[in-house]
Design a protein around this ligand. Structure first.
Ligand SMILES: *[C@@H]1O[C@H](CO)[C@@H](O)[C@H](O)[C@H]1NC(C)=O
Ligand SMILES: *[C@@H]1O[C@H](CO)[C@@H](O)[C@H](O)[C@H]1NC(C)=O
Ligand SMILES: *[C@@H]1O[C@H](CO)[C@@H](O)[C@H](O)[C@H]1NC(C)=O
Ligand SMILES: *[C@@H]1O[C@H](CO)[C@@H](O)[C@H](O)[C@H]1NC(C)=O
Ligand SMILES: *[C@@H]1O[C@H](CO)[C@@H](O)[C@H](O)[C@H]1NC(C)=O
Ligand SMILES: *[C@@H]1O[C@H](CO)[C@@H](O)[C@H](O)[C@H]1NC(C)=O
Ligand SMILES: *[C@@H]1O[C@H](CO)[C@@H](O)[C@H](O)[C@H]1NC(C)=O
Ligand SMILES: *[C@@H]1O[C@H](CO)[C@@H](O)[C@H](O)[C@H]1NC(C)=O
Ligand SMILES: *[C@@H]1O[C@H](CO)[C@@H](O)[C@H](O)[C@H]1NC(C)=O
Ligand SMILES: *[C@@H]1O[C@H](CO)[C@@H](O)[C@H](O)[C@H]1NC(C)=O
Ligand SMILES: *[C@@H]1O[C@H](CO)[C@@H](O)[C@H](O)[C@H]1NC(C)=O
Ligand SMILES: *[C@@H]1O[C@H](CO)[C@@H](O)[C@H](O)[C@H]1NC(C)=O
Length: 635
């Protein structure tokens, strides 16, 4: 065939094929080699400048698997692999002389050496590791030692903990489908799939530093990475995500899924303190925790997304009715006006079918101040409601200090409330929720005392008589309208993003019943609440607004603070696809319209699609087989 007879399309196709053939002719590189090769672009430019040393490095990286003990520290790292030193914004002197980092004059950027000069080196046959630096990048005293525990969970699942307690709890089993390969010269490791042997995760590229309220670490799982609330990282920019649940974001789960050589693998962190994930364009992930608790995560080998999901979390799908529309009303009012509103709503919308009704989001608080006449009105209204739908009662984690009610006093006496202190005294920590002065129940406290408190609440609210089908746990990050985070010198890496995430939730330094400042436990607050409620109300269903991540069945998620709009639907599809992989079933049940906002003519189509999409996400078999489903929504 002469060139004249080749069409444009064929010519292009041929070029692709030729390129592929070219590609196939090249010697096969291992993953490590390809990984290092991807950094050569900049290396080759710099090679012109550092003509003597760098070509040696390049050669070395590409052709052999690096032996970590002989790699010198280099600054010749292409930009998409550069881990910022601190926040990267330092002067040259600060950067090089004080922080032991690399400085790029072209963009005045400070970043870590490769490998970083911040690490821990093994002592005593690696039974523990000592710090190479006395300071972290913020010039705070660094923790002198660390330990690494590698715990076998099952053949596809391993738990890894960097800690500084005294136990050495490493367990390894022969039948594992993974290999955890520790470095000899520093605290770090690679994880391989065993058969075929493929590198899945490496941790030796970035710094490891731990000081009193700062911990920094990094990992790399290949350049196809899913997770956080991004689904798939595009790789064209640095993505930063702070996880400290508040009203801005209470659902993002600290978990990722990688894809390598046809298989998927997953990682889920257990970090209760404020944490930031920086995903660099290379998908190298830098993890920064504002409290130096241990860093611990679970790694699973997949190999399908469905396997990753099941290996990380075991749960059942929610009952079908939970995937149907729920109606909840907002605002405040007395029970008479609420009843009126409810009756008018069902009269106006007699053709709208929905699964549950909360009567009123604020009902629980109203009950604190109801007199007998009002209670009767409420009971009658609930009888009507239950003929039409199920009753989901909204339950807040805050306890109003409403004229020192019995349940408030009991919680205080049992030591279940967060406290604060001034130099002389300790007192119950208070905040503001829905305009009321409230205290915060600490669900991580003594379970026996919590059971006693629930019993008191049950009697006080006469819950048995209420005959509820479940609880809707709203604002359970937990919300505090009054608290604004201010600069605190104890937290070195506290920039604006962290400050806004640490506001509007319980104060970071309120003291929990475990005598710990709250911020160290914050991200597990909803977990504690759900677990304690399930313990005490086994039969009930739970909807939660904060993500809930344990391996047991807990609560199903609902959307909060989100208007029903096409833009939000698009956003929710993306986030719920990722969340459904990593946490409690995220059905993202939208409360499709409160009485004031519900306009059937505008919202029915959008709401129906919203429900269908959420239903489909949960029933999507992640092994990618197609499955049929049916869903029933309102008109
Ligand atoms: C960098 O630091 C300087 C001095 O601390 C500050 O004035 C400037 O706003 C910072 N720049 C950025 C982009 O954060
Ligand atoms: C850390 O310090 C030890 C002992 O001084 C040394 O052998 C090791 O090479 C150092 N490692 C790094 C990464 O600086
Ligand atoms: C990165 O890519 C995504 C999708 O590919 C795009 O939406 C986004 O605008 C890009 N960002 C930049 C900074 O180019
Ligand atoms: C990827 O998988 C194929 C098929 O299992 C195998 O032949 C190949 O060597 C693998 N690549 C790497 C880098 O291990
Ligand atoms: C619900 O009420 C709160 C405060 O009472 C208000 O901030 C919020 O905007 C309301 N939400 C809707 C959807 O009306
Ligand atoms: C019911 O319809 C009437 C008349 O259109 C309207 O005034 C009222 O606000 C509606 N009630 C509710 C709760 O939507
Ligand atoms: C609470 O105390 C205030 C002021 O003493 C009083 O006006 C109000 O009626 C009390 N509420 C209840 C529920 O007793
Ligand atoms: C109960 O409260 C209502 C106000 O909502 C009031 O009108 C009524 O008199 C009260 N009843 C009793 C018995 O105190
Ligand atoms: C609260 O008490 C702790 C010790 O119990 C003390 O270190 C701290 O300074 C006190 N806080 C204030 C604001 O005085
Ligand atoms: C709880 O409800 C039951 C059934 O209506 C009623 O008999 C009982 O008196 C109520 N208890 C309290 C403390 O209000
Ligand atoms: C908690 O931190 C705030 C600033 O965020 C400070 O004003 C307050 O005094 C601190 N409280 C205690 C008990 O240390
Ligand atoms: C906080 O630091 C992160 C990471 O360095 C950065 O992405 C973010 O823009 C910073 N936020 C502010 C408000 O400085």
């Amino acid at each position: 065939m002469s060139e004249d007879h080749v069409t444009f399309v064929e010519r292009n196709r041929r070029t692709e094929q030729e390129e592929e053939e070219e590609e196939n002719k090249k010697p096969r590189l291992t993953r490590w080699q390809r990984f290092y090769k991807s950094r050569i672009t900049l290396l080759s430019i710099i090679a012109i400048i550092f003509a003597i040393t760098v070509p040696v490095l390049v050669f070395y990286f590409v052709l052999t698997r690096p032996d970590r003990s002989v790699i010198p520290h280099t600054c010749a790292i292409s930009s998409e692999f550069r881990i910022p030193c601190g926040d990267g914004n330092l002067t040259e002197t600060e950067c090089r002389n004080e922080r032991f980092c690399c400085f790029d004059f072209t963009d005045e950027y400070c970043y870590h050496f490769l490998p970083s000069k911040y690490g821990y080196y093994p002592v005593d046959d690696a039974s523990y590791y000592r710090n190479n630096r006395t300071h972290d990048v913020f010039m705070n005293n660094a923790n002198p030692y660390l330990r690494l525990a590698v715990q076998y969970v099952n053949e596809n699942k391993v738990k890894i903990i960097l800690h500084y307690s005294n136990e050495d709890s490493t367990t390894i089993e022969e039948n594992a489908n993974y290999i955890v390969d520790r470095y000899e010269d520093t605290l770090g490791f690679d994880i391989y799939r065993k058969d075929p042997e493929i590198l899945l995760l490496t941790t030796g590229l970035g710094p490891l530093m731990v000081s009193e309220n700062y911990l920094e670490w990094s990992f790399y799982m290949g350049n196809t990475l899913f997770g956080l609330d991004e689904l798939l990282f595009s790789g064209n920019e640095t993505y930063s995500k702070v996880i400290y649940k508040n009203r801005i974001d209470h659902t993002t789960v600290p978990a990722f899924m990688g894809y390598t050589n046809g298989s998927y693998h997953g990682i889920a962190f257990d970090i209760a303190g404020p944490v930031e994930f920086l995903v660099l364009p290379s998908r190298l992930v830098s993890v920064r925790v504002l409290s130096s608790e241990q860093i611990s995560f679970t790694f699973v080998t997949g190999p399908t997304p469905k396997d990753v999901q099941q290996q990380l979390y075991e749960f059942d799908l929610p009952p079908r009715w939970m995937l149907q529309p729920h109606i909840c009303r907002n605002g405040t009012g007395d029970i008479n006006s609420i009843t009126e509103e409810y009756l008018s709503f069902i009269a106006n919308n007699s053709d709208v079918e929905y699964a549950t009704d909360c009567l009123h989001q604020n009902l629980h608080y109203l009950m604190y101040t109801m007199n007998d006449t009002e209670r009767e009105v409420m009971d009658t209204t609930l009888d009507i409601l239950r003929q039409n739908s199920k009753f989901i009662m909204t339950l807040y984690p805050q306890v109003p200090n409403e004229n020192e009610t019995e349940i408030y006093i009991t919680a205080e006496e049992l030591g279940l409330l967060y406290t604060s202190n001034d130099s002389q005294t300790t007192f119950v920590h208070s905040g503001v929720h829905l305009g009321k002065e409230v205290a915060f129940l600490d669900y991580a406290g003594d379970t026996g005392y919590i059971d006693t408190w629930f019993e008191t609440m049950l009697n006080w609210l006469n819950l048995t008589q209420l005959d509820i089908d479940g609880f809707s746990l709203r604002d359970n990050w937990p919300d505090d309208e009054a608290f604004e985070m201010e600069w605190a010198e104890q937290l070195p890496y506290l920039n604006g993003t962290f400050m806004s995430h640490m506001s509007h939730t319980i104060a970071w330094n309120a003291t929990s019943s475990l005598q710990q400042p709250h911020f160290r436990l914050h991200n597990n607050y909803a977990n504690g609440q759900v677990e304690m409620l399930r313990r005490n109300f086994e039969e009930l269903a739970f909807l939660t607004t904060s993500s809930y991540t344990t391996t047991t069945n807990g609560a199903y998620a609902q959307v909060q603070n989100m208007n029903t709009s096409w833009t939000n639907l698009r956003r929710v599809i993306k986030t719920s696809l990722t969340h459904s992989l990593f946490s409690n079933p995220f059905i993202f049940i939208p409360v499709c319209g409160s009485t004031s906002g519900y306009k059937p003519e505008n919202q029915d189509i959008l709401c129906s699609r919203w429900y269908i999409s959420q239903y489909a996400v949960q029933h999507q078999d992640t092994s990618l087989k197609t499955k049929t489903f049916s869903v029933h929504v309102g008109t």
